[in-house]
Design a protein around this ligand. Structure first.
Ligand SMILES: C[S@@+](CC[C@H](N)C(=O)[O-])C[C@H]1O[C@@H](n2cnc3c(N)ncnc32)[C@H](O)[C@@H]1O
Length: 280
């Protein structure tokens, strides 16, 4: 089995900077940070990327440590902190979160490694590690909760991506463009994670879901998405900048309105190659 380290998905710097375009996401984080952090508190930002959340926290008067597994992003984040007059208040550390053992525990941990079903990014393992090893016992972590949802879909474009003339490639999860898929059933909740709690339970999802087909068609895969409680009434949704994840079935299945589709979905969050989808 691979170690967590090999599952790090450090974004290239261009992608980290691209996240600056998600204005509603940043506005919600800013609101949550302003409500949570008091001046002189100690904040740790896990996966700082462009440095945006660390900079907002430092502007709020906090002392901040910002870590990232990507050295290029850290250089960019430092340059951004200089421009915004807070470089003296932020320490930047190049490390994987699971190698990070701070000398002082944090009043607040910021950890934004969200992705559509938490299959690709490290949100769940990183938040759990933070609560155990990085956060003070009565400290706060943002975001606080994620709810994952799935739906069987027809998506010929992504299904056919893997066949190129006489060549065939293994089908693997792909981000889907908005409205590219046809929903063939109603959305069901796959799992819910409370990110504020310490737990020794192994992190894995293994669910059997029973969908009622509402439109005849061909199921090519399961589309995954999330909603996340950032703080109290501040909720992050897919509209704040994320794209859905298309998880292909081993074989496509023709379905008729009114029939049932039993699906088993199993994976360990953050371990993209642990995914198993079975039609039962
Ligand atoms: C979704 S981006 C968020 C960046 C920034 N916090 C923001 O809100 O725009 C996640 C960041 O986490 C970093 N990251 C991913 N896996 C990591 C790991 N295992 N340890 C530390 N950083 C990691 C990536 O390099 C990336 O910069």
């Amino acid at each position: 089995m691979m170690s967590e380290k090999e599952y790090a998905t450090p974004f290239p710097i261009l992608q980290a900077a691209n996240l600056l375009s998600h204005k509603s996401r940043i506005r919600k984080f800013r609101q949550a940070i302003e409500r949570t952090i008091s001046p002189s508190e100690y904040v740790i930002d896990l996966g700082t990327g462009s440095g945006i959340l660390a900079i907002i926290a430092a502007r709020q008067g906090a002392r901040v440590t910002a870590i990232d597994a990507n050295a290029e992003s850290l250089k960019y984040a430092r340059a951004a902190a200089e421009r915004n007059g807070v470089v003296e208040n932020i320490e930047f550390i190049h490390t994987h979160f699971s190698d990070f053992k701070p000398e002082e525990k944090a009043d607040v941990v910021l950890c934004e490694m969200l992705s559509s079903v938490m299959l690709i990014e490290q949100q769940i393992p990183a938040s759990r590690y933070a609560v155990k090893h990085i956060l003070k016992p009565n400290g706060k972590i943002l975001p606080q909760q994620v709810n994952l949802f799935v739906i069987p879909v027809q998506n010929e474009i992504l299904w056919n991506r893997f066949n190129i003339e006489d060549l065939q490639f293994p089908r693997i999860p792909q981000t889907a463009d908005m409205k590219q898929s046809i929903d063939l059933a109603d959305l069901l909740e796959l799992e819910k994670f409370d990110l504020t709690k310490d737990s020794d339970q192994p992190l894995s999802i293994d669910k059997h879901l029973n969908f009622e087909i509402v439109q005849s068609g061909t199921v090519h895969g399961i589309l995954g998405m999330f909603e996340s409680k950032l703080l109290d009434d501040i909720t992050l949704t897919m509209e704040d900048g994320w794209r859905e994840l298309f998880m292909p079935l081993p074989e496509s299945v023709d379905v008729k309105t009114g029939t049932k589709l039993d699906v088993r979905i199993s994976f360990r969050p953050g371990e993209y190659d642990s995914l198993i989808i079975e039609i039962e």
